[in-house]
Design a protein around this ligand. Sequence first.
Ligand code: SAH
Length: 279
Amino acid sequence: MKPPAKPTAVQRPGFPVRLAPDAGTPSATKNVAGRAHPERATGLFDLKLPAKAVISSGVGMDSRAVRARMVQKLAAQGIADAQVLAALGHVERHRFVDTALVNQAYEDTSLPIGLGQTISKPNVVARMLELLRQGAGSPSGKLGRVLEIGTGCGYQAAVLAQLASEVYSIERLRGLHDKARENLRAFRLANVHLLFGDGMAGYAKGAPYAAIIAAAGGEEIPPAWVEQLAVGGRLVAPMHIAGRAGGAQALVVLDKTAQGVTQTILEAVHFVPLKSGTS
Ligand code: SAH
């Protein structure tokens, strides 16, 4: 997925893709901590990227080839849902990370996004979205309304926007909420609603949700999430499992049916903590 080209853009089909489509070059000059760093404005990432993925101006990259390679790897790792793979293939992940990390944007690795938080690795995003779509109530096409807890940089929200009719995404850190808004602005995703607040309370106004996905793990699934999940809906979240060594986190799938709620504990994962309140 690329933001629509501006009419004034130089006609070079497919590329260059500008790294900071809305804010212009200033945001391409930020370092990992998000501070302005003018001397690193351009030419940083073109040292390491494969030649094909780099454009000569040094202010953008054509990521189609690397995105396609990332999707191939995800498929080889066992992600089978064609719609999930297509959604991941559409979204330019490099737009959501700091300039200094652009050359790692399509590797299967989590990356820092500021304020001590991380963007999940593509394999985990794909796995969770695949699980969401396998929920009992999921139609073969798009999911209905989805609630995401932990907007972070907005990457997963952009992927979800391809798979759901509406995405409500909550972030408790103002700095990241603002960053996600900036990152997503150029994509003009009318179906993504960014909310600033404590996601532990969910977002009752958008309920019931066909699916709920969390990118941060606590000791339990907050009751509000279960309440706001539609009957037939599915929730996927990391959670610390009491009794596992060191209270290790695992992925939890919760299905809500007319008969009640079933919980399935899956593989170990490592997510940032789910915290209450805002900051
Ligand atoms: N999906 C995100 C991943 C961000 S990491 C992305 O694509 O970038 C998880 C995020 O959850 C962090 O930004 C953290 O601040 C946020 N978080 C933790 N507890 C939260 C809460 N109670 N409500 C909302 N967000 C929360």
